[in-house]
Ligand binder design. Sequence first.
Ligand SMILES: Nc1ncnc2c1ncn2[C@@H]1O[C@H](COP(=O)(O)OP(=O)(O)OP(=O)(O)O)[C@@H](O)[C@H]1O
Length: 239
Amino acid sequence: MLRVDVTKRLKHFDLELEFSCAPGTLTAIVGPSGAGKTTLVRLLAGLEKPDTGCITFGKNVWADAAARIFVPARKRGLSLVFQDYTLFPHLSIRKNVAFAAPNPDRVDELMEMFGIRHLASSKPASISGGERQRAAFCQAIAREPVLLLLDEPFSALDVANRRNLRSRLKDLKSDLNIPILHVTHDLDEAVFLGDTVLAVEQGSLSSDWLHKQYEQNNDVAHDGSDYRTVLAGNWVMDQ
Ligand SMILES: Nc1ncnc2c1ncn2[C@@H]1O[C@H](COP(=O)(O)OP(=O)(O)OP(=O)(O)O)[C@@H](O)[C@H]1O
């Protein structure tokens, strides 16, 4: 279980967040631009230190401001996928995916699942953006991380690639059995993928923003699900 209870002073407001994510579940983080979503990802990834509070993963303390404990990114055993794919340009796609992967069989299985097995010997520069992002996903998962952090991983993709990757992620979610944190601007995507949807506004959890979005979206999400159902359930954590 990932537990987060931190504050961090930002330029215009304080980030103050408290929540937890269980293994096998996906927590979608939504909210307006500049709300602090990427800062949260950077705190979890070990790229920034909280000013106060703790981040723990199971029995491991990753950050504790009072005790001056801070475990750096490379020692947290997590994977991070951004909007911009993070592949080594000089390595083939298979070597990229296999980089830091403990189990070679899993590499081939994941490449098959993400539809990039035929690109095994290609270099990143010679394949499409969507294929590169699929390879970046495979690489992130093949490392067998304890936590998967996704920061707008689909936002540079066209609709078809976006849908394809979304579905793969949904299929994999419970199999991976790790907490997944997914930052997105797309509320439909958050509702489609998320077991929990957290809205962050000005650094704090707030369901107000989500309610406003729901009203503007005319009650019904594009996939047919009703935001009202989502908002009435346990999906949204109210502060
Ligand atoms: N290290 C920092 N120190 C002080 N302020 C920061 C720091 N990093 C980001 N900020 C500020 O904190 C706010 C939140 O930024 P952040 O990138 O986390 O938002 P976001 O929700 O991810 O936005 P977007 O959806 O546009 O990517 C912004 O006003 C930003 O200028």
